[in-house]
Write a protein that binds this ligand. Structure first.
Ligand SMILES: C[S@@+](CC[C@H](N)C(=O)[O-])C[C@H]1O[C@@H](n2cnc3c(N)ncnc32)[C@H](O)[C@@H]1O
Length: 271
């Protein structure tokens, strides 16, 4: 697989640990996604961009003996972590593939879903069009996609009275700049539901799940800074020394009433 499809935030066991932490603060919207898709015991689920398998575990819990999940990812390192996390689960298979190019792994799917995957795909709308052309009518489709911009009006307003919130704005800008530099689809979550409606998907539903900036979310930001420290510096987004300073400012924030920095869009539909 070419470097083009490398996960921008890293392939390592450290990335897997961060995604495990992230699975905890994604818990409520993740269960909401599976509820909205009405995942049933006999479903044949295809998960796009499974990473280390946090959402896969939640899907497996909903399946019965005849249900199956095919978990697809481009990163061999993260698939290895997912295989470990799902060891013993009989109804999971893993496929290494670029999800932007639908393949035989979609055959027979009754549900196609993904969490925090579309924003990593350049021109993610092309993938949705390919899925619409490929999948059988009636297939349920759903995504959770992050948005690091929607909460920023409120964050910026709060910052005017609380200068100590500056490291939250710096982090939001850095992550948005990273996605732009990689030419991926950082803002896809916000337009997903109306775009699916325009394209004739049926029964389109949308929810916005902002995250309170609690200790887990702050720790995740710190881990992201460490994971992509060198990339941030090489792209002139934020230097290593500035990251050190930002890490100290984040650590000094008092958890309790910090405004949201990011959240997840939930969008589901039927073909
Ligand atoms: C933010 S992680 C999310 C992982 C997992 N869905 C979760 O929520 O824990 C994004 C995942 O998408 C995978 N990915 C990114 N681009 C991909 C592509 N074009 N094809 C397949 N997987 C891709 C990465 O390897 C990574 O595992």
């Amino acid at each position: 697989m070419s470097n083009e499809h490398k996960y921008v935030l890293g392939q390592s066991a450290r990335a897997a640990r961060r995604l495990e932490l992230q699975d905890r603060h994604f818990a409520a919207p993740s269960e909401a996604l599976l509820d909205a898709l009405a995942v049933l015991p006999a479903d044949r689920v295809v998960e796009l961009g499974c990473g280390p398998g946090g959402l896969t575990k939640r899907i497996v819990k909903r399946l019965g003996a005849t249900g199956r999940v095919t978990a697809v990812d481009a990163s061999e390192g993260l698939l290895t972590e997912a295989r470990k996390a799902l060891a013993g689960a009989g109804n999971v298979s893993f496929v290494r593939a670029d999800v932007a190019q639908p393949g035989a792994w979609l055959d027979g799917a009754t549900v196609v879903l993904g969490r925090a995957i579309l924003h990593h795909v350049p021109m993610a709308e092309f993938l949705l069009g390919r899925l619409k052309a490929t999948l059988a009518p009636g297939t349920r489709i759903g995504f959770l996609e992050p948005d690091f911009r929607r909460p920023l009006i409120e964050l910026s307003r709060a910052h005017a009275a609380r200068p100590e919130l500056a490291p939250l704005l710096t982090f939001a800008k850095a992550i948005n700049d990273l996605y732009s530099a990689w030419r991926i689809s950082g803002a896809v979550g916000a337009s997903l539901a109306p775009a699916m409606r325009d394209a004739g998907f049926a029964d389109v539903r949308h929810q916005w799940h902002p995250f309170a900036t609690d200790a887990d979310v702050l720790e995740n930001m710190g881990l992201i800074y460490e994971e992509v420290r060198d990339t941030f510096a090489s792209l002139n987004i934020i230097s290593s020394q500035e990251i050190d300073e930002e890490q100290q400012k984040l650590a000094a924030l008092a958890v309790g009433d910090l405004p949201a920095v990011w959240g997840l869009h939930l969008a589901v539909a039927r073909l």
